[in-house]
Design a protein around this ligand. Structure first.
Ligand SMILES: [Zn+2]
Length: 447
């Protein structure tokens, strides 16, 4: 009985909240009951899963990523560079992407995420060179195969080098093309229903790669269809200088001028804000996807997470990349957030529970969802279960803290919407060796 209708995930070794120390009951893809320590479920259960060796978490939620970049990890042209020169080196490589590359890299990135505790993944795909107009359709088909919940953002670049932007001309599209395709994708794939497996958001790439008109038009389109908006913002000092030179204002002022200072928006990175900008972002309820590995790798800086949160911003976590991480491991990214943020705010304020909250409820809030990100009655049955049987856990005391402090990197069991998607550390119905091998072949073509 692989996916029985009523299943008690029984007596976990540890859980994110003591409220379900005795486990949870899953029914019809949702959480039907929380079981207190030492108690039995009140509901009749058809089966039990003995979780005495597992730490139970709500499925982690990745708030920012670029799946295709798994093809250009540790790419020789991009090594040891900061954001702008890193991007300029990689744009011509990425311009060679073709449909199979998008399909395989999406499947690989989603597999890597799923195996590391992630049940909902957001992706920001902004490359649509000739022949790759269906990139988001391709991604969606792969997500359906794996059964991972996705928020696919229709990225865009319209400001090429000829217009003073950063990307090469061959990688940008016209505003009319971008907006028409954005609307097509929303109509085709966006589900506003609770429990949705796929949602679409609109995501002009960054201030230095799209026009002011496209920022405004995307905001209007998003509000007409009730979808979220996403972009990169305040990642580097170079970007602040670009905005001052190009638009005569700082990034947050620019954001406000194009109608983007509202709770429909979540931003990747959000590092270089002044105090007054933090207050404005918080008041507007703008979400921030903190991407610690990428921020350290590209030497971009530290996101002022607790200040943003205190001001009213939801804070989530994203692996970003994977050409600036260069892995897509969700639970390791939570550890990175713990370590990096402790440098800024100290150990007493940045606890293991705090960063796990960011990667679950915080990321869900960034994506505009309240049906995922926590284990509570009526929420989706998205679960991550980790065993502490690898060498780095030998000698660990507190099992929940050990996940982050000792460096958990692989989940043993994963459930999405009540269905097991990972069993004994392996993704169900996937030949992962064949996938890795094809990814390596395709990546070699980009070297
Ligand atoms: Zn990014």
């Amino acid at each position: 009985m692989q996916n029985p209708n009523t299943l008690w995930i029984k007596n976990p070794l540890a859980a994110l909240s003591p409220v379900y120390a005795g486990g949870v009951v899953v029914k019809d893809g949702k959480i039907a009951e929380l079981v207190a320590a030492g108690r039995q479920p009140a509901l009749p259960v058809a089966a039990t899963f003995d979780a005495r060796e597992h730490v139970l978490l709500p499925g982690l939620i990745n708030a920012h990523h670029h799946f295709y970049q798994t093809l250009t990890r540790a790419h020789p042209v991009a090594l040891n560079k900061e954001l702008f020169s890193w991007l300029v080196s990689l744009y011509p490589v990425w311009a060679k992407l073709h449909p199979e590359m998008v399909a395989v890299s999406t499947q690989l990135a989603l597999s890597e995420l799923l195996l590391s505790g992630c049940t909902t993944a957001s992706d920001h795909h902004y490359l649509f060179p000739r022949g790759l107009e269906d990139a988001i359709d391709i991604q969606l088909a792969q997500a359906e195969k794996l059964g991972v919940r996705v928020h696919l953002t229709r990225g865009s670049m319209s400001l090429g080098q000829d217009q003073g932007g950063l990307p090469p001309q061959s990688t940008v599209q016209s505003e009319a093309t971008i907006l028409a395709d954005s609307e097509r994708l929303i109509r085709r794939y966006h589900s506003a229903e609770p429990g949705a497996m796929s949602r679409v958001a609109l995501a002009p790439c960054s201030p230095f790669s799209v026009s002011t008109e496209l920022m405004k038009a995307s905001s209007e389109l998003a509000s007409r269809h009730g979808v979220q908006l996403h972009t990169h913002l305040a990642e580097t000092h170079d970007e602040t200088e670009f905005c001052l030179k190009m638009f005569g204002m700082r990034p947050v002022d620019y954001l406000e001028s194009v109608g983007w200072l509202n709770s429909r928006v979540w931003l990747a990175h959000g590092i270089h804000f002044n105090e007054e900008e933090v207050r404005r972002l918080g008041k507007a309820g703008v979400g921030i996807a903190h991407c610690p590995s990428s921020n350290m790798l590209l030497a971009s800086g530290q996101c002022p997470t607790l200040d943003l949160e205190a001001a009213g911003c939801p804070v989530g976590i994203g692996v970003d990349g994977s050409a600036s991480n260069d892995c897509s491991n969700m639970i390791l990214e939570v550890r990175q957030a713990l370590l990096l943020q402790r440098l800024r705010y100290g150990a007493r304020r940045i606890t293991h529970q705090k960063v796990l909250e960011w990667a679950t409820r915080g990321s869900a809030a960034c994506l505009g969802r309240d049906d995922i990100g926590e284990l509570a009655i009526g929420k989706q049955a998205d679960l991550a279960l980790f065993k502490l049987d690898e060498i780095q856990f030998a000698g660990a005391g507190d099992p929940l803290a050990a996940l982050l402090l000792c460096g958990a990197h692989r989940a043993d069991r994963m459930m999405v919407a009540g269905k097991w998607r990972v069993i004994d550390g392996a993704i169900c119905n996937l030949d992962i060796e064949a996938l890795k091998s094809r990814q390596r072949e395709l990546a070699a073509k980009l070297l």
